[in-house]
Design a protein around this ligand. Structure first.
Ligand SMILES: [Mg+2]
Length: 402
């Protein structure tokens, strides 16, 4: 089998997605997600100008060799644009391999290690009562693990909280919006939120919380310690992770489980975190971390240190990535949990898929390959629109981490 063509489909069914389609001489094609939120067209150019010409004529089964060719062969390694482009190729090739062998991709990665992938939903509210209502709504839908974000009194547009009555979607069309942040108000408020939640819903549901990289290590340590009575499943991105050593300080002060990695694009971003056991969950995502080939290795390395996975699964990843994450999550032994922020009904129409949600778990389905397709004629009705994530400033106007 040979690769005979590859092209990009860029569409915006409620938000932007970039999809790579690779075609073979046997009529089998594969899809890879190439979406990099807010920098979408940089990946398109990287693929069209620099990668696709190198793919034509290659054997699509050679996933390891092609990965190495694109990573080592470029000389310039790592970075989100490069690794998203490599991931798109890698995932499309695994899709082709599964279709050609007439088996779901999880069977090529070790087979099923579990019956379903535990997922967590996003609950949010402008205040504590509405956050509790949102959590109860998700429990009624069958979720057993729920991330909770809440408006902080005195802080406009807190992270993870929708502005109106639409589902939360941080990427907005037009130029970046600005939000305001106060660490002091946040640190005083969050323990009250989780105290109220445990009183209201009891002990059985897993609760998670995302700090979104906004604290210093010692502030994160204080938050972790103050949340210990409410036994969270994890505290996510407590501090920016460019300096992996920062997590040592958090670890010295609290036993709250720590998750990080959604912005990582190489396992080297997580190497010290994992080998020193400063984190409990690795949140790298297939689409930004180099694909299934790279994430399988990252997960296997993490397994040695009892670090489990918690793959990023927000709406900035297309259904192709969600499917890839579910196939990998079904196969690896150290799967922890999968984020599930459902796509809009329109996005689901553009990307028909075999995966499904059932009683707190997701299942990749048993279709050959990844089990996701792309309705190109529908996608063509929703052309790309420039969109960005917000930026954040502290109360005095200083730019801070969003
Ligand atoms: Mg997050």
């Amino acid at each position: 089998m040979k690769i005979v063509a590859a092209r990009l489909i860029v569409c915006s069914p409620d938000r932007n997605f970039v999809t790579l389609r690779i075609d073979t001489d046997e009529g089998i094609y594969g899809l890879g997600d190439a979406t990099l939120n807010g920098r979408e067209l940089a990946v398109v150019a990287y693929l069209e100008e620099h990668i696709i010409p190198c793919l034509i004529g290659r054997d699509p089964f050679a996933t390891e060799d092609i990965w190495q060719y694109l990573y080592r062969g470029a000389y310039w390694r790592r970075g989100p644009v490069t690794m998203t482009a490599i991931a798109a190729v890698d995932v499309a090739l695994w899709d082709i391999k599964g279709k050609a062998l007439k088996t779901p991709v999880y069977n090529l990665l070790g087979g099923k290690s579990r019956q379903g992938a535990l997922v967590y939903a996003h609950a949010n509210g402008s205040d504590i009562p509405s956050a509790i209502d949102s959590v109860k709504k998700h429990i009624a839908e069958g979720y057993q693990a729920i991330r909770v974000q809440c408006g902080v009194p005195g802080v406009l547009s807190s992270y993870g909280v929708p502005k109106g009555d639409k589902p939360y979607e941080p990427a907005e069309r037009g130029l970046p919006s600005e939000s305001v942040w106060s660490t002091e108000k946040y640190l005083n408020f969050v323990p009250k939120l989780f105290e109220a939640l445990r009183i209201e819903i009891g002990e059985d549901i897993h609760l998670l919380h995302d700090v979104h990289h906004r604290l210093t290590p010692i502030e994160a340590a204080r938050l972790g310690r103050s949340l210990e009575p409410y036994h969270l499943f994890w505290l996510e991105d407590p501090t920016p992770a460019e300096n992996q050593e920062a997590f040592r300080l958090i670890r010295q002060h609290t036993v709250i489980p720590i998750a990080t990695g959604e912005v990582f694009n190489s396992f080297w971003d997580a190497h010290d975190l994992v080998r020193n056991q400063w984190i409990d969950y690795l949140r790298m995502t297939i689409v930004h971390g180099g694909g299934i080939t790279a994430l399988k290795k990252a997960a296997d390395f993490a397994a040695v240190y009892q670090v489990r996975t918690g793959f990023h699964g927000a709406t900035d990843l297309s259904p192709v990535t969600m499917a890839a994450a579910l196939h990998l999550g079904m196969a690896i032994h150290n799967f922890g949990i999968q984020e599930h922020m459902p796509h809009s009904p329109l996005t689901d129409d553009v990307f028909p898929h075999a995966y499904r949600f059932e009683e707190g778990y997701m299942h990749p389905g048993d279709a050959p390959g990844l089990g996701v397709d792309l309705d190109e004629s529908l996608a063509a009705q929703y052309p790309y629109q420039r969109a960005y994530l917000p930026v954040a400033r502290t109360l005095d106007g200083t730019l801070t981490d969003w």
